[in-house]
Design a protein around this ligand. Structure first.
Ligand code: AQP
Length: 339
C-alpha cells in the first residue's frame, strides 16, 4: 500500500492546460471537521480540475507555535492528514512553505507596497492581539503579506478556503493590485473558492470551529474522542425538555447532518416534531462521522508509521515548484529594479 505514495517525479502531464489554484493550511494542530468541510474537501475535489498546489504553512504557524519539535511533528502530521483525506501526489503538489525560500523573499518585497494601516485593520490580527496578548509578534501583523506572497508566487487565480479567510484574501487582492499598478501587470487577483460549508461552527455552537479555541471535532482522532467531542456539542439552547419541539435551523448538530447522509431532512423533521431528542441526534452524528472517516483514519495511522514516505512527498513537491517560483522571482526582481 505504501508504494502508492512514492513521490511523483513530475506533475500530471496535462498540468499545462489546467488553471492554477493554491491553498495553505497551518500545522497548528490536528485536522478538524471545520478544516475538512470548509476547505480540504475542496482541495481533494479540485485537484482533478486544476493544477493544484497545497502548502503546509509552517512559517505562518511560527507566529503562535514556538516549540521546534512540536512544529516539526505537526507539519508531518498535517501532511499525513491531507494525504489520508484524499490528496493524491500524482494529481496535486503538496509541500512545506519553508522548503521554498522564494515565499519569504516575495513577502519582503510585498511589504514595501503594503500600508501598515491595512494590516492593522485585519480581523485576525485584532483577534490574536486578544488571544495571545504577551506575544503580539511582527509575524502576526505581517501574516497577510506572506499569505499574499504564497499565492502570488505561483500566480494562482483561485484559492479554496473557508469563509474566515475572506478578509485575508481581500487583502491579497489589494496587495497584488498595488504591486501591478506600481510595477506593471504581473499577478492575477486571487478569488476565493468556497464549499457548501464555508463556516463550520465549533462544538460550542457559537464560534467558528478552531484549533486555538479548542471547540473542534478531530476527524482523524480516536473514535472515542470523536464521540466525546460530538456528545459535548451545544444544540438548540431553547429546547429544554425532551418533549419540546426543536429548531433544527439553529441547531449545529442538525446542520452538520447535512454532510453525513441523504436523510438529513428526516432527521431535522424528527427534531422539529420532538420525535427524536438531541442526544439521539448527536449519537447518530457521532456514529456517522466515525464511520465516514474510518478509512482515512487507518490511512493516517499507516502514513505516520512511514514518515519517510510522507517526507518524500513533501520534498518532491518543493522541488517540483522550484522552476515556477524562481521564474516569478526573476520577473519581480527585474520589474522592481533589483537586477
Ligand atoms: N470552522 C471552519 N469552517 C470552515 N472552514 C474552516 N477553516 C478553518 N476552520 C474552519 C479553513 O481551513 C483551512 C485551513 O485553516 P488553518 O488551520 O490554516 O487556519 P485557521 O482558519 O486559523 O484554522 P483554525 O482551526 O482556526 O486554526 P488556528 O486556531 O490555529 O488559528 C482554511 O482554508 C480555513 O479557512
Amino acid at each position: 500500500m505504501m508504494t502508492e505514495l512514492a513521490p511523483a517525479p513530475a506533475p500530471a502531464t496535462d498540468d499545462v492546460d489546467r488553471p492554477r489554484i493554491f491553498s495553505g493550511i497551518q500545522p497548528s494542530g490536528v485536522v478538524h471537521l471545520g478544516n475538512d468541510l470548509g476547505a480540504v474537501r475542496n482541495y481533494v475535489k479540485l485537484q482533478w480540475e486544476f493544477e493544484a498546489i497545497y502548502c503546509i504553512v509552517d512559517y505562518h504557524a511560527l507566529t503562535s507555535t514556538h516549540d521546534p519539535a512540536l512544529l516539526r511533528a505537526r507539519t508531518r502530521e498535517m501532511a499525513a492528514s491531507l494525504l489520508a483525506l484524499g490528496l493524491d501526489p500524482d494529481r496535486c503538489t503538496l509541500f512545506v512553505q519553508s522548503h521554498r525560500p522564494e515565499h519569504t523573499e516575495l513577502a519582503w518585497l510585498f511589504n514595501t507596497v503594503t500600508p501598515v494601516s491595512w494590516l492593522e485593520r485585519t480581523p485576525t490580527y485584532k483577534e490574536k492581539r486578544q488571544t495571545q496578548p504577551d506575544d503580539v509578534n511582527h509575524g502576526l501583523l505581517a501574516y497577510p503579506v506572506l499569505q499574499a506572497a504564497d499565492i502570488a508566487i505561483y500566480k494562482a487565480g483561485r484559492v479554496p478556503v473557508g469563509k474566515d479567510q475572506a478578509a485575508h484574501l481581500e487583502l491579497s487582492r489589494e496587495i497584488v493590485r498595488t504591486f501591478n499598478a506600481r510595477y506593471g501587470e504581473t499577478f492575477p487577483e486571487p478569488q476565493a473558492v468556497y464549499t457548501e460549508a464555508p463556516t463550520v461552527l465549533g462544538t460550542d455552537g457559537v464560534r467558528k470551529m478552531s484549533k486555538s479555541v479548542g471547540n473542534t471535532i478531530d476527524v482523524l482522532g480516536d473514535p472515542a474522542l470523536i464521540r466525546k467531542q460530538v456528545m459535548s456539542m451545544v444544540t438548540d439552547t431553547k429546547r429544554i425538555l425532551r418533549t419540546d419541539p426543536g429548531r433544527p435551523e439553529v441547531c449545529n448538530v442538525c446542520q452538520l447532518h447535512r454532510f453525513f447522509g441523504p436523510d438529513w431532512e428526516t432527521i431535522q423533521d424528527g427534531e422539529r416534531t420532538a420525535r427524536t431528542g438531541c442526544v439521539d441526534t448527536k449519537k447518530l452524528l457521532a456514529d456517522r462521522i466515525v464511520e465516514h472517516y474510518a478509512v482515512a483514519r487507518e490511512r493516517y495511522i499507516e502514513l505516520l508509521a512511514h514518515p519517510d514516505e510522507v517526507d518524500g512527498v513533501l520534498e518532491a513537491g518543493a522541488d517540483r515548484l522550484r522552476p515556477s517560483a524562481e521564474a516569478t522571482m526573476d520577473e519581480v526582481r527585474h520589474k522592481m529594479g533589483l537586477r
